[in-house]
Design a protein around this ligand. Sequence first.
Ligand SMILES: [Zn+2]
Length: 107
Amino acid sequence: MLTLECPYCGVKAEETELTPGYEAHLKRFGPGSSDDDFESYMFARKNPKGVHFERWRHAYGCGKWFLAARCTVTLEVFGTYPAQLGEPPADIIAKITAKRPGWEGYK
Ligand SMILES: [Zn+2]
């Protein structure tokens, strides 16, 4: 079972205590954007086999949204961090690149 540590309250929550929010770090496009940009924002999502950045909500805890970096194959969690951060913290990126030398980044 997937277990993620909530960066706000510090609880190690099991997957059943969390609500998935799908892909993290989406670049949003709204009114005035091109049709292609808006379409990709609305419908195109990554589905990597490997490292993925996701949004999660501690639904049965503090209720806050946070982000997690984890491997979709092994369920290894590289870290969690507040949803307000625009990009993953350097320590999480370093942890991923140390364990996955060929990893190409989160963008
Ligand atoms: Zn929490």
